[in-house]
Ligand binder design. Structure first.
Ligand code: NAP
Length: 247
């Protein structure tokens, strides 16, 4: 039964209404299946085989997306691909990734060198950059300028690449549970629309914070999140979000 049918029944409290509306309900179910299928078009490559690649990868597979894993250690990539299932493939480090969207799931100081190493192999791709460049005491950024790892990636990537910062404000275990808000930033509207579509396909809520220079402030929000975990909130099972109020 699709959500529409459940809503219909719950709203009226009459089982018979569900029966009368069956034809409409079937149309709803078909439409819902079509919408689900529409997400299958997202083709994602992960560069990295760690926790975030595993967690986002699992949601990507569950959301019906095509997934490829690329790691500097091929055996780790093969293990992760097998664990993710759903036809997940592996690619070679430095080769052209199969995905249109390439998620760089690496430690922050490895991201720019890795993207530079891939070089032209990334031409035309959307790169999603997810890192948190924390300083040694986790109360500031590792870089002092008004930049971000995402902006530095844009400098070394081919000109045809669009970089989108996303996912960095959410702890891995929170992502695993499917808590919804994913802030993202980037300069290219088409690339952001593709990333937003992917985020929706994995059951999460995309929240656009603006151009790529906002990646600096998303990295700052990562610092705030860790500060909250260590102080006011006191644990890591929460996420920053947006509540909207009217009136
Ligand atoms: N975990 C979280 O809750 C969380 C939340 C938001 C954002 N992030 C960000 O997501 C990124 C990945 O985090 P993670 O938790 O997945 O980390 P992780 O489990 O430690 O995985 C790190 C990955 O980076 C690779 N790597 C490390 N140094 C490298 C180098 N010099 N060259 C190439 N590859 C290298 C590792 O490869 P090897 O296994 O071969 O060493 C591994 O695949 C980080 O930038 C982190 O700040 C994490």
């Amino acid at each position: 039964m699709c959500g529409h049918a459940r809503k219909n029944t719950a709203t009226t409290g009459e089982e018979t209404v569900l029966g009368r509306g069956h034809r409409t309900t079937m149309k709803c179910c078909v439409a819902a299946r079509r919408r689900k299928r529409a997400h299958l078009i997202s083709s994602i490559s992960f560069i990295g085989t760690g926790n975030m690649a595993r967690t986002i990868g699992a949601r990507a597979v569950a959301g019906g997306n095509t997934v490829e894993i690329i790691g500097r250690d091929e055996s780790k990539a093969a293990d992760l691909a097998q664990a993710l299932g759903g036809g997940t493939t592996t690619g070679k480090w430095g080769d052209v990734p199969a995905g249109d969207i390439v998620i760089a799931a690496l430690l922050y100081d490895a991201v720019v060198p890795a993207i530079a190493q891939f070089g032209d192999a990334l031409a035309g791709k959307v790169i999603v950059e997810i890192s948190n460049p924390f300083n040694a005491t986790f109360d500031g950024l590792a870089h002092s300028e008004e930049t971000s790892i995402a902006q530095e990636v844009a400098k070394v990537a081919p000109a045809s690449v669009s970089v989108v910062k996303a996912f960095n404000t959410i702890f891995r275990q929170v992502l695993e549970k499917g808590w919804p808000n994913v802030f993202f930033a980037g300069d290219n509207a088409q690339a952001k629309a593709a990333v937003a579509e992917f985020i929706k396909s994995i059951g999460l809520r995309p929240l656009d914070v603006g151009g790529l220079k906002m990646a600096h402030w998303l990295e700052g929000a990562g610092v705030v999140t860790v500060g909250l975990a260590s102080n006011g909130v006191g644990h890591f099972d929460f996420a920053l979000g947006v509540d909207e109020f009217s009136g």
